[in-house]
Design a protein around this ligand. Structure first.
Ligand SMILES: N[C@@H](CCC(=O)N[C@@H](CS)C(=O)NCC(=O)O)C(=O)O
Length: 237
């Protein structure tokens, strides 16, 4: 059935938060248009008319949005990757992003919320904030402890995996290429710890996420790495 409403996604390359929404839209095979926002020079219209908090991803949704820079007042404006991923799942139930079974849906939400609480601070702390590798390894162990013995976060594929994939894959990439403000050598050492049998289940999960067609269709490793190499936050003195 042709899509009745329009979706405009305010986004940028490299952002793991935006990547989540691109994955969800890809899973749903949704039609949408992208508007790239320069975070170093945020346009006034974005703050005034789309997201006063100024963060991406953000979305405008409605029957007739008009110009993305001046979306119609009756269009719905949304932000926060979890909200957007769930919204896409609700708009396109056939995508399977939001499990129909309430218990499975609740478990997926628990995984996603816990992932954000455990991993985000550890990611920022280790890669950009001088925190020791143990911080990161503890967060990875917490994620692994929530995984079932096989399959995705709640067994079958769901929005929980869309929330996890962009950050987990980027973290492994950053470790592999020693990108971040941690002491040189700590990246490869931490990656070696992840390759030990104690993290086998987590690494299997990450490989499964990378193999998902919606991940492959929305991720360019070379471009991502090139972006990190230009990002002052990820450069060692
Ligand atoms: N909790 C938000 C985080 C989004 C976020 O931090 N986005 C960054 C880009 S990766 C941003 O917009 N930064 C601009 C700013 O903070 O002003 C989400 O999950 O969507």
């Amino acid at each position: 059935m042709p899509q009745q409403s329009q979706i405009v996604l305010y986004t940028r390359e490299q952002s793991p938060f935006c990547h989540r929404v691109h994955m969800a839209l890809e899973e749903a095979q949704a039609e949408f248009s992208s508007v790239f926002i320069d975070l170093a020079n945020k346009p006034a219209w974005f703050l005034e008319k789309v997201n006063p908090i100024g963060k991406i991803p953000a979305m405008a949704y409605g029957h007739s949005i008009g110009s993305p820079e001046d979306p119609s007042p009756d269009s719905t404006k949304l932000a926060e990757s979890l909200v957007l991923v769930l919204f896409v799942g609700d708009l396109f139930p056939y995508s399977g992003l939001v499990p129909a079974d309430p218990a499975l849906r609740a478990r997926a939400l628990l995984f996603a919320v816990d992932f954000e609480a455990r991993v985000l601070d550890a990611y920022k702390g280790f890669f950009f904030g001088g925190a020791p590798p143990r911080t990161l390894l503890d967060a990875f162990a917490a994620v692994q402890a929530r995984l079932p013995p096989a399959g995705f976060a709640v067994g079958t594929w769901s929005f929980a995996d869309v929330m996890a994939a962009p950050l987990l894959v980027r973290m492994v990439l950053l470790l592999e290429h020693e990108m971040g403000t941690f002491a040189a050598g700590e990246g490869k050492k931490t990656l070696a710890a992840l390759k030990e049998p104690g993290f086998a289940r987590l690494m299997e999960y990450i490989e499964d996420l990378k193999a998902r067609p919606s991940f492959k269709a929305t991720y360019d490793e070379g471009a991502n790495l090139a972006g990190w190499k230009k990002n002052p936050a990820a450069l060692r003195d």
